[in-house]
Design a protein around this ligand. Sequence first.
Ligand SMILES: *Cc1c(COP(=O)(O)O)cnc(C)c1O
Length: 391
Amino acid sequence: MDRNVETFRTLNLSIDISKLPTPIYIVDERLLEKNLKILKDVMDKTGCKILLAQKAFSMFSLYPMIGRYLSGTAASSLFEARLGFEEMKGKEVHIYAPAYREDDFDEIIKICDHIIFNSFSQWKKYKDRIKAAVKEIECGLRINPEYSEIETEIYNPCAAGSRLGITIDNFRDEDLTGIDGLHFHTMCEQNSDVLKRTIEVVDRKFGKYIKKMKWINFGGGHHITRPDYDIDTLIECIMYIKNKYNVEIYLEPGEAIALNAGYLAARVLDFVKNNIDIAILDTSAACHMPDVIEMPYKPKIVGAGEPGDYPHIYRLGGLTCLAGDIIGDYSFKEPLKEGDILLFTDMAIYTMVKNNTFNGVNLPAIATYNDEDGLKIIKTFGYEDFKGRLS
Ligand SMILES: *Cc1c(COP(=O)(O)O)cnc(C)c1O
C-alpha cells in the first residue's frame, strides 16, 4: 500500500492526501475531546477547577469545545487573557505574569477575574486600582516552594536564583489583606508522584498562609492525559489540600489539554547525499517546531523508527538556511520518495504558539479533523503574515 495512504489509515483519518496543503497542523478533535473528558472527570470527582494554560495551546477555534469541559483559561500576558476572554465566552480568566506593565493594567482589570502577582511590590503597586474596579477580582500571589524535580534548568521555576514566585524567606504575613489565593507552578511534563512530594513541601512551608486563603492553584506541568498518569494520586493530592484548608483547588495544565491530539504533516521536497542520506522537507525545525532545537527533543513520526529499527535511514532537515535546522535521524521501512507525507506526532502543543517566519518560511496551515466534517482547514498563511511583522 502507498505509504501516505497507510499512514492516514493507521490514524483513522480519512483525508484526500493529494489536496492536503503542507505543512499543516491537524488537530484531531476526537483526541482533544478524549483528553477533555479525562480532565472533566477529575473536576467532577474532586470539585476542583481546571483551566487551559494558553501558553501551550491557543488554537481558539477550539475554545468553544474546550469551554464545554473546563472552567476557563489561564494567561501569562494581556493578549492571552484577551484571547481567553473573547473566545471562551463566559468562562473564568486568570492571569499571572512575572511583572505587569503599567499601560496594560487597566485592560487586565476589565478582562480578568483572577490576577496573580509575582511579588509583594507588584501587589502593593496595583491593589488600589483593583479595589476601585467595578467588578469583583480575586487576587493571588505566586509562591516559590523551592522544591521541584525538573532536570532541564530552562524549564525549572525553582532553579537557584529563579525570578518566579515568592520564597518563604521573602513572604510577608502582614501584606495579605485582599489576597484570596496562592499559586505555585513547579512541574513540567510530570506525573502525580511529583505533585505529591511538592504538596508536602508547600503544605509544610506555606500551610499557615493557605489557612487564610479561598483557593490554591497547583499550576501546570501535570501530564494528566498521558496513558501512564496516576490520576488517583492527583485526586488524593487535591482532596488532601481541599479538605485540610477548606480551599478551592485550581489546576492550569497546558500540555495535558492537547497532548498527542495533533500532527504536523510535511512533504519531502528533495534528497541530498553527504555520507548519509538527507531528506529536505517543506517544514522547518527552526520555524515550525522550535522546541526540537530549544528543548531539545526529537519528535516521533508515524510509521518511522529510530535509526536501526528499519532499513532506510534518513536525516530530516528543514528548508531554512540554518545549518542546524535538523529534525533528526529516522529510519523507514521503504525508501522515502519526493512528495511523501510525514506526520510528526504530538504537534498541537507548544509548536503552533511558537511558530515564526524566520528566513521567510511560511507558517503551516491549521486544520481540524472530526468524523462528521473530516478535515476542515481553519486557516492558511501567506506573504502578508511574514511582511506584516517586519515594518
Ligand atoms: C507554562 C505554565 C503552565 C502550563 O504548563 P504545562 O507544562 O503546559 O502544563 C501553567 N501555569 C504557568 C504559570 C505556566 O508558566
